[in-house]
Design a protein around this ligand. Structure first.
Ligand SMILES: *Cc1c(COP(=O)(O)O)cnc(C)c1O
Length: 251
């Protein structure tokens, strides 16, 4: 029997559908695995798992995978690149998703970020804070802000040094369209998650110092796929998890 074009078409469609179904099942499974890791880490640290918020980092991931995480109940997603993020936000259109911006941000892009996102984790300049404030729509609640702290002084990463936290926190706290929520850090890449611990402890210490100086905050955004347990032990309230949920990124 000859293979007709329709036959080939059906074969191809069948294999595409299979791949899609597999990646969707995997996201659901991986999300459940990450939730179990978080619950276990909270238990080990004698912390309430409800106090730890899972941000699914969807940069470099397909809409299909984001949708499957959404269907599994995930409601907050983190993106690093503005153009990619805007395309996804416009395509997905679920109004109960909270989008978090976690990438490097130039002040002249603040106008595009302020109306679309609920959180920005990477504020590291007074000018950027001011621009986000000025572009936050008045019918939206204040934009939640974390200051990014570059604890290892890595020049390729954004973030302020520890000594500059108090001053920038005071600036953000004064801006009416922003809400200072806390601090965020990305420790140096390492194969051993234990090496992140001193950085996470330092961020927690900086948060206590801020509170002592009259600026209490409720958020420590720290911990990724490889080191979420260490971050939870050190007091993380938001962990930012990409590959452990969605698999390897494209591009
Ligand atoms: C990509 C990214 C993550 C997620 O990293 P994974 O190792 O994939 O979990 C978290 N935070 C920031 C700032 C990122 O850029």
């Amino acid at each position: 029997m000859a293979t007709t074009p329709t036959c080939i078409y059906h074969k191809i469609m069948h294999s595409i559908t299979n791949d899609l179904e597999q990646s969707v099942t995997k996201v659901t499974e991986h999300l459940a695995q990450v939730q179990r890791r978080l619950a276990e880490a909270a238990r080990a640290a004698s912390r309430d798992p409800e106090q730890i918020y899972l941000l699914a980092v969807s940069k470099g991931q397909s809409l299909a995978k984001i949708r499957s995480a959404y269907q599994a109940g995930q409601r907050s997603f983190g993106e690093n690149y503005l153009q990619e993020a805007i395309k996804k936000i416009d395509a997905i259109r679920e109004t109960d998703i909270e989008w978090h911006f976690i990438g490097r941000l130039q002040s002249n892009k603040a106008a595009k970020v302020a109306p679309r996102f609920g959180w920005v984790h990477t504020v590291d300049r007074a000018k950027l804070a001011q621009q986000l404030n000025d572009h936050r729509p008045h019918n939206a609640p204040p934009l939640n802000i974390c200051l990014q702290v570059n604890l290892a002084g890595e020049s390729q990463k954004g973030g302020i040094e520890a000594a500059a936290v108090a001053e920038l926190a005071a600036v953000v706290a004064e801006l009416p369209r922003l809400k200072l929520r806390g601090l965020m850090t990305v420790p140096p890449a390492t194969a051993n998650p234990e090496q992140s611990r001193p950085y996470f402890d330092s961020l927690a210490q900086l948060q206590r110092e801020l509170a002592d100086s009259g600026l209490p905050t409720d958020t420590l955004s720290m911990g990724m796929s490889s080191d979420l347990e260490v971050a939870v032990a050190a007091g993380a309230t938001i962990v930012r998890i990409g590959t452990a949920i969605f698999g390897q990124r494209n591009g």
